[in-house]
Design a binder for this molecule. Structure first.
Ligand SMILES: Cc1cc2nc3c(=O)[nH]c(=O)nc-3n(C[C@H](O)[C@H](O)[C@H](O)COP(=O)(O)OP(=O)(O)OC[C@H]3O[C@@H](n4cnc5c(N)ncnc54)[C@H](O)[C@@H]3O)c2cc1C
Length: 465
């Protein structure tokens, strides 16, 4: 939007009345999130007779499926993300707002961001999912998850600095605890992370230290249920276990985690001293269900109608990981292709609605589930077609390259993977400490902008500029 136009953000907490149009007279479509689902909605509405606003709490779209590569120093954060503004810059009917949504006023049809509000005529919510600690939130401190770039670079810092600390440690027990890495949860993320960590220790770092043998690191993948990769066929999961074992990963199934602290974990009655524990188990939907006071499933996902709208609110849609969408009586899984197809569907539904045309219910056609173990072994589950091994890994590579946003990212990631494949080296082996340089954020407690991390005032954490 051009800067001379009236800014739609209002400080009036009442918001605008239902159906009220802005000066342009065009209907306002507000999309919360700029992830897989929401970007498809925004892009599908390019040139549509509507005024579109995309709100995200980060300034980048993130390709979460490759976060484990950032955490294990294979890729850099910028390789798997794209600035939202630049993705949508050619769409003159769309503007981007960097802010965290805190609630929705359904009666007055406006989105709340602290005290700021933004009115809508149509609302699409695609705020994804967060880590599920199954009621043991206190474990998050000791076993952070892998959902954001901040978490991925934090894991990278911890993993690489564990090897550095082990190099300086003379006590064998303490050294072993530094070189023990536990992954809790053996879904695709846990499996991929375990494989990548094993290769980091056994190949990339193997000859770089003088006092320790990095390949002696223990990587333990813990799973409460009887087998790994519950969403894949049993035969493929068995082969994946063998592939992990070949890389030296210890796979412990049927062993629920009983406790986690700073020094390690207790699993299946056994105490394991481990300085690094990573949570890769379970997801919980974003709090959108609470904002809407809508009925949700056990994972907090909003139960939506066949056209992905919220019951009783035909102009409010929930898609992706935040939605519980039933097909043949079963909820669709929290996967990128589901969010992408739902986003495309909502974009075309909104176009039809704006044109006064009839609409059809959503139907998910695609079935593709992928995972990798290390740099050359993969699994493809495409319904009737099942593949494991190198061919499946090549397929995984092609799918992931095509899903990355932006030509730059595709080219760079392809080059990095080719380099890593040939040399076993990792290009992003950086230990970065958090800086004290301040930055601005849209404050959620007042109506101005806050300065975070100001070295002069670290106690309050925020200062008005
Ligand atoms: C580590 C990991 C690995 C994965 N691997 C795979 C895989 O291999 N294959 C696969 O198909 N799927 C994979 N997934 C799942 C896949 O990433 C999700 O299904 C997909 O991203 C869902 O899309 P979405 O649009 O619902 O949400 P997301 O893509 O998560 O986007 C949500 C957006 O909403 C924003 N947001 C959230 N809350 C707020 C708020 N209050 N205010 C403003 N903005 C907000 C977030 O910043 C984010 O940009 C993986 C997920 C993770 C975490």
């Amino acid at each position: 939007m051009h800067h001379s136009q009236e800014h739609p953000l209002t400080h009036d907490s009442r918001g605008a009345s239902a159906g009220e149009k802005q000066a342009t007279g065009l209907p306002r479509i507000v999309i919360i999130g700029a992830g897989f689902g929401s970007l498809q909605v925004a892009k599908g509405l390019a040139g549509a007779p509507a005024q579109i606003t995309v709100i995200d709490r980060t300034n980048h779209h993130l390709f979460q499926a490759l976060l484990y590569q950032v955490a294990t120093a294979g890729l850099s954060p910028a390789d798997i993300s794209a600035p939202i503004r630049s993705v949508l810059r050619k769409q003159s009917n769309t503007e981007v707002v960097l802010a965290e949504v805190t609630g929705i006023d359904l009666e007055n049809q406006c989105v709340q961001m602290g005290k700021r509000t933004l009115p809508y005529d149509y609302l699409v919510i695609a705020t994804g999912a967060q880590q599920n600690y199954f009621g043991r939130q206190e474990w998050e401190r000791f076993a952070p998850g892998l959902k954001s770039l901040e978490e991925a670079t934090g894991h990278r810092r911890k993993i690489l600095s564990a090897f550095e600390a082990a190099e300086m440690e003379s006590d064998p027990q303490r050294r072993q605890a530094l070189l023990t890495f536990v992954l809790v949860g053996a879904g695709p993320t846990g499996v991929e992370m375990a494989g990548a960590l094993a290769e980091l220790a056994r190949k990339a770092l193997a000859r770089d230290f003088r006092h320790i043998d990095p390949s002696s690191a223990r990587i333990i993948l813990v799973e409460a249920s009887p087998r790994i990769l519950a969403s894949f066929p049993e035969k493929s999961a068995r082969k994946a276990t063998q592939a992990l074992t070949r890389l030296g990963v210890e796979v412990r199934t049927g062993t629920p985690v009983e406790s986690i602290d700073e020094e390690g974990v207790v699993i299946g009655g056994e105490r394991l001293e481990a300085k690094t524990v990573i949570w890769t188990a379970g997801v919980l939907a974003s709090p959108a269900g609470k904002w809407l006071a809508a009925s949700t499933d056990r994972a907090g996902r909003v139960q939506v109608q066949p056209d992905l709208s919220v019951p009783g609110h035909a102009n409010v849609f929930v898609i992706g990981d935040t939605a519980c969408c039933l097909q043949h009586g079963k909820p669709l899984p929290g996967l990128a292709p589901v969010a992408i197809e739902q986003g495309r569907y909502v974009a075309s539904l909104l176009r039809q609605r704006l044109a006064g045309q009839p609409t059809r219910p959503f139907h998910y056609h695609y079935h593709l589930n992928l995972a990798t173990v290390g740099r050359s072994w993969g699994i493809v589950d495409a319904g009737r077609i099942q593949l494991t091994g190198l061919l499946a890994w090549i397929f995984w590579l092609v799918v992931h390259i095509t899903r990355l946003i932006g030509f730059r990212n595709r080219a760079i990631v392809l080059f990095q993977w080719a380099w890593a494949y040939l040399t076993f080296q990792r290009g992003a082996r950086l230990i970065l400490h958090e800086s004290k340089i301040a930055y601005f954020t849209n404050s959620f407690t007042d109506e101005g902008h806050a300065l975070i991390g100001d070295p002069a005032d670290t106690s309050a954490g925020a200062q008005k500029s």
